[in-house]
Design a protein around this ligand. Sequence first.
Ligand SMILES: C[S@@+](CC[C@H](N)C(=O)[O-])C[C@H]1O[C@@H](n2cnc3c(N)ncnc32)[C@H](O)[C@@H]1O
Length: 316
Amino acid sequence: MDQCRFPRQCGSRLLPAGGIGSNRQARIWISQSERSAVTIKPKSLSSPKQSFGENPVELRESRNYTKEYVKGFVEKWDELIDWKNRAQSEGDFFIQTLKQHRARSVLDVATGTGFHSVRLLEAGFDVVSADGSAEMLAMAFENGKRYGHILRTVRADWRWLNRDVHGEYDAIICLGNSFTHLFAERDRRKALAEYYAMLKHDGILILDHRNYDRLLDNGFSTKHTYYYCGEDVTAEPEHVDDGLARFRYRFPDDSTYHLNMYPLRKSYVRRLLHEVGFQQIDTYGDFQETYQDEEPDFFIHVAEKSYREEQEEFEA
Ligand SMILES: C[S@@+](CC[C@H](N)C(=O)[O-])C[C@H]1O[C@@H](n2cnc3c(N)ncnc32)[C@H](O)[C@@H]1O
C-alpha cells in the first residue's frame, strides 16, 4: 500500500487561518508565480506530452487518464479551477451535506490537486486523499503543505480501490467531473461497487458530473461559474457523440490540453447508483435542490448506503 501516514498535527500552518476562498483580510493568497517558485517538483516523474494517438476521437479507454493528466496539464489545473472562485461558488454545500449525514471520515477518491481534500481538512474532517494519477497526488501534497496540512495520499485506481486503500469511511467523494473518465459500463459498475464496499453501513457517496444531457441534446453552453472558475481559461467541447465528449482546455499562455470523457446522462448515473445498492439518491443541480433539468452546468448526486427494507420502487 503506497500510503503516507503522517499525523495531521505534524503539519505546521503555512498560511493564516481563514479557509479557502475566505474574504478575511488576514488571508494571504499565493499568486500563481509564487506558487511555481516554491513548488518542489518530483524528480522521478517525467513530463511527456499528451498523446491521443492518430485519431483522438477513437480513444475511449478508462485507463487513459494517467496519460491525459501529464505534468504540464497538472501544473495548469489550479489555473483552470481557481481555488478561491471555486470555493466561493460552491459555498459550504459539501461541508453541510457531510455534516447533515454526520460524516467524519472522508475518502476523496478523485483528489486531483487537492481542492476538496484541503477544504474538508480545514473544516475538521478526517480525510484520506486518493487518486490514480501520481502527478495529481504530488501536486495535491504540495498544495496541502501550503495550507498547513500533510495530506494522507494513496495512489489508487477506483476499479481496485479496496485492494489499495484500507478502512471504512463515513463518506466517499468523487468530485470535479471525475467519474466521466470511465468509458466501459463494467468499469463504472466496478468502481461504484468498490465505493459502496468501502462505506460504513450508513455512509454516503457524493459524485458529480457535467450536465451532459444538455450537451448531447442542445449543444454546449456554460455559466462559467462552477468548477472551472479560472478567468481567461476556456474549457470547451471539440467533439461530442453518445460515447465521447472530448474537451479542449486553453490557457492564457496559449497552451492547450485535452480530455476524452464519457458523457454521463443524469438518469443513467442514478440508475447505476441504485443498481449497486444505493436506495436513496438525491440529485442537485448546481448545488440547488430544485431546478429545470436543462439549467444546471453540473449535477451532484448524494447517495445513501443505509438499507431501507420497506422502500418503494426506485425512479431514475
Ligand atoms: C477532472 S479531475 C478532478 C480533480 C478534482 N476532484 C477537482 O475537482 O479538481 C479527475 C481526477 O480523477 C482521477 N481519475 C480518473 N480516473 C480515475 C480512476 N480510474 N481511478 C482513480 N483516479 C482517477 C484523475 O487522475 C484526476 O485527478
